[in-house]
Design a protein around this ligand. Sequence first.
Ligand code: MLT
Ligand code: MN
Length: 308
Amino acid sequence: MLNAVVLGSAAGGGFPQWNSNAPACRRARAGDAAAVPRTQASLAVSANGRDWFVLNASPDLRLQIEATPALHPHEGLRSSPIAGVLVPGGDVDAVAGLLHLRERHRFSVYAPARVLAVIAANPIFHVLAPDCVERVELPLDRRIELAGTVGSSGIAVVAFAVPSKVPLYLETAGQDPGIAEEGDAVGLEIIDSGTGKSFFFIPGCAAMTGPLRRRLTGSELAFFDGTLWRDDEMIRLDVGNKTGRRMGHISMSGDDGAIAAFRDLGVKRRIFIHINNSNPVLLGDSPERQLAETAGWEIAYDGMEVRL
Ligand code: MLT
Ligand code: MN
């Protein structure tokens, strides 16, 4: 059985975001029960209860580990149940958490070639000493088994390209980097090797495509990009000048949004994750939250547990 724990459910910046004084962030800071704070998107998953894999190394990873008893050390003076970290994209909110794991613990970093290249190009990641931390390429569209500390972890993964863009810090100033399906960011299918059951983790995706639709159709569970409610939300709220599309994120609402795109896919459980602090679904008393839930979606929260 796959056990998954949502370590963080917000998009880059978290909720509240450090420099946002917008009404929703103010409500979160004030302890409003309908504006629950969230850390940056990440999931932990295990099939055997011994080896855990972190999907997305968020900048909040250290606090997320402390908040999750399954990820605490259980053996000897120095240990960790974290056997691997899967990094599906090169954005700061997916890679920065690797720097928290620099204390000579043995684990593997799994990432697609383009993300491994981004990590390799930045010497700060050398703090993950090569004799301790193996970097393993996630091939696209090919299943690989994730190694456990002793023998098999019981988990396999398939990484696949989704419409995405290069990380923000690799964009050329003043130029639209465009959206491509070349593995700048990938979706992950996490498979229980024992039961064959699987779920999807797709925290960043610019659009629904035919291949993605076919992959998702009839699946048990998908965690999916919930960055924005509407494409021009940040512009309307006067908190930014980019659309969701420009940032490489599909929106929840609208004819070309995620709720509409999933309507006929027969995905049994649909959970939005990577939710931006500008997205009104974060507020438990908003009409948008009501609309998303009525459409059959759940809104991930930190500490949410899912079994499959
Ligand atoms: C994103 O999801 O678009 C990125 O996290 C943006 C960023 O790097 O701040
Ligand atoms: Mn992000």
